[in-house]
Design a protein around this ligand. Structure first.
Ligand code: AMP
Length: 277
């Protein structure tokens, strides 16, 4: 994998490598979830680029920017093994030089849930993703369905601003006990790690009701809430049963529905998602 830190080097790579290019944007500390995105990109494109950037713009003042886990050498070799051709690892000053000021105005889908709990977060995500797409010029860009609302924000952004990249959503990679892989799982102590699959269990409880014929969204939300509340180490942030396009809360489930939830376990704030049917 070729490692570059500047925008001109990325543009140069794009100019000299013809054919299709897949981009996998990440904040590093890569795990099998990221790896599955790179492998998908590898299978669908002539070349694959990944970006590694812990984006200060998407962290709130009380959030974990300074402590966000990092291991550049391990990430580099993970990408090498996964068949990645280019790793773009810019400094904050490369993406946000003095005078930087333009940011993306968000679509409505960003307003609730993560958008409400993390003011400025989606504006930072949308701005950096738009920059990365403009810098790299990929044919396709790969994002995980774990960050379901983020994925929909990006789909809307790319559609509304005519970005010539195809957005590809990828399935959530989980531990054997159901916990969705996340760089933030390293914040969990042993007890919290043992309790963390409760997020997935809550989603599964709602899914089981749905499969049994329940179509009241409130019944599904209640099942998720009850499952989370039964775990003393978890503090529920939100549970939601939403329209997958708008992320508006549903009352009754007539078509597809997106289940999302967020909970705190100790220092970690974890999110998870499940799509119905
Ligand atoms: P992050 O480095 O956490 O910003 O994640 C980079 C990309 O990887 C995002 O599109 C995430 O949705 C995706 N991702 C993170 N965890 C997983 C997972 N467990 N399974 C699939 N994709 C994931």
């Amino acid at each position: 994998v070729r490692v570059v830190a500047t925008i001109p080097e990325v543009r140069q790579f794009r100019r000299t490598r013809g054919g299709s290019l897949g981009l996998v944007p990440t904040m590093g500390y890569l795990h099998r979830g990221h790896r599955s995105l790179v492998e998908r990109a590898r299978a669908e494109n002539d070349a694959v680029a990944a970006s590694l950037f812990v984006n200060p713009l998407q962290f709130g003042p009380q959030e974990d920017l300074a402590n966000y886990p990092r291991d550049f050498e391990r990430d580099r070799s993970t990408l090498e093994e996964a068949g990645c051709d280019l790793l773009f690892a810019p400094t904050p000053a490369e993406l946000y030089p003095p005078g930087f000021q333009a940011v993306v105005e968000l679509p409505k889908v960003a307003a609730r849930l993560e958008g409400e709990r993390r003011p400025g977060h989606f504006r930072g995500v949308a701005t950096v993703v738009l920059k990365l797409l403009n810098i790299v010029g990929p044919t396709r860009a790969y994002f995980g369905e774990k960050d379901a609302q983020q994925l929909q924000v990006i789909r809307t952004l790319v559609r509304d601003l005519d970005v010539p990249t195809q957005v590809v959503g990828c399935p959530i990679v989980r531990e054997p006990d159901g916990l969705a892989l996340s760089s933030r799982n390293v914040y969990l102590n042993e007890k919290e790690r043992g309790a963390a699959p409760v997020l997935h269990r809550a989603l599964r409880a709602a899914e089981a009701l749905y499969r049994g014929g329940e179509r009241s969204a409130e019944a599904l939300r209640a099942a998720m809430r009850a499952t989370l509340e039964a775990e003393p180490l978890a503090q529920t942030d939100y549970v939601a049963v939403t329209d997958p396009e708008t992320f508006d809360e549903l009352e009754s489930i007539g078509g597809p529905a997106q289940l999302v939830l967020a909970a705190r376990l100790g220092k970690a704030r974890l999110i998870d998602a499940l799509r119905l049917p």
